[in-house]
Design a protein around this ligand. Structure first.
Ligand SMILES: C[S@@+](CC[C@H](N)C(=O)[O-])C[C@H]1O[C@@H](n2cnc3c(N)ncnc32)[C@H](O)[C@@H]1O
Length: 304
């Protein structure tokens, strides 16, 4: 099992996502002889997991069943142990697209945090790209490096334990893309500029507050970045429901072509239920939306 390649069968040492329901999953590390307790009973790693196909339905000791899933960056994001605030797939998808990440891309990232974004970057840039990720909190850097090893992606990533604002990314002139998720990204902009290849590339900075965005944009402008733009990614879940629309009475058919046209085009909601009506399925967007995570500021570092 690796986060960048699919394997068919579960082996000792693999990470498996135990799927109990859409809102209930847990990651486990497979160890011969070990057991994992779930609300459906125990899962015995040796007999229930090792050698089974990823995606199998496994019956637990109390008779309930679970699916055993191959890990993906998306499943990892919703199951990983939180050491920090993390980025979620809605933002990550936009970051991947707007940074133009692809197999072979060289990416610089700071901070590593819990590695949620890092795993998605690694899957995208594999098999020939590289991620240079910088984290100034020693234990977080160490834990991330250990996870990358366990997830068999360590050959694609270098973790550096340093302050990106003071010491930069540890590489110069190599990056196609730079990503910042730190409290003072404006202090890292000059280092980001140095990290880029001569031909330039794309930068993204994630900040929850608009004041951070303003300072970052000023620093980007000062350093000659172009195409600076800030977006907020919000997911609008439409509410699908049945509505009954009453057809208005515009008088007799021969009342003129114009009124007939209006009757067919303008289906009005009328209080009078004695009129003929149509029932249809419709979708409405929410009027208010919670869920602000942060602003994504993108910029282009031009050639030179
Ligand atoms: C919000 S977390 C990043 C989460 C990460 N994007 C993820 O998806 O899991 C921010 C991380 O940046 C680190 N950090 C803050 N300032 C830093 C700096 N100047 N240099 C390096 N790391 C820094 C913090 O220790 C923290 O772990």
């Amino acid at each position: 099992m690796s986060f960048v390649e699919y394997s068919e069968f579960i082996q000792e040492g693999d990470v498996v996502i135990i799927f109990l329901g859409h809102d209930s999953m847990m990651p486990i590390k497979v160890e011969a002889g070990a057991q994992t307790q779930t609300r459906y009973g125990a899962i015995r790693h040796s007999s229930d997991l090792i050698g089974r196909r990823f995606g199998s339905k496994v019956t637990c000791s109390k008779g309930g069943w679970v699916y055993v899933l191959h890990p993906t960056p998306e499943l990892w994001t919703v199951n990983l142990p939180h050491r920090t605030q993390i980025l979620y797939t809605t933002d990550i998808a936009n970051i991947t697209l707007m940074l133009d990440l692809k197999p072979g891309s060289i990416v610089c990232e700071s901070g590593t945090g819990s590695g949620s974004l890092s795993h998605a970057i690694l899957r995208t840039i594999a098999p020939s790209g590289h991620l240079h990720t910088v984290e100034f909190h020693a234990q977080r850097a160490e834990k991330a490096a250990q996870e990358f090893k366990e997830h068999k992606v360590a050959h694609l990533v270098t973790v550096r334990n340093q302050d990106v604002c003071k010491e930069g990314f540890g590489v110069v002139g190599v990056a196609d893309a730079v990503f910042l998720d730190i409290p003072s990204p404006w202090e890292a902009v000059t280092h980001a500029k140095k990290a880029f290849k001569r031909k330039g590339g794309r930068l993204c900075s994630f900040s929850p507050c608009i004041e951070q965005v303003q300072r970052t944009c000023e620093a980007l402008l000062e350093q000659g970045f172009e195409e600076i733009c800030t977006v907020e990614v919000l997911q609008r879940v439409h509410d699908v429901r049945s509505v009954t629309l009453h057809l208005p009475d515009f008088g007799p058919e021969d009342g003129g072509a114009e009124s007939a046209k209006m009757a067919s085009e303008e289906v009005l909601l009328a209080a009078n239920s004695s009129h003929p009506s149509v029932t249809c399925r419709t979708a409405t967007a929410p009027r208010e939306m919670a869920g602000h995570t942060g602003y994504l500021t993108f910029a282009t570092k031009p050639r030179g």
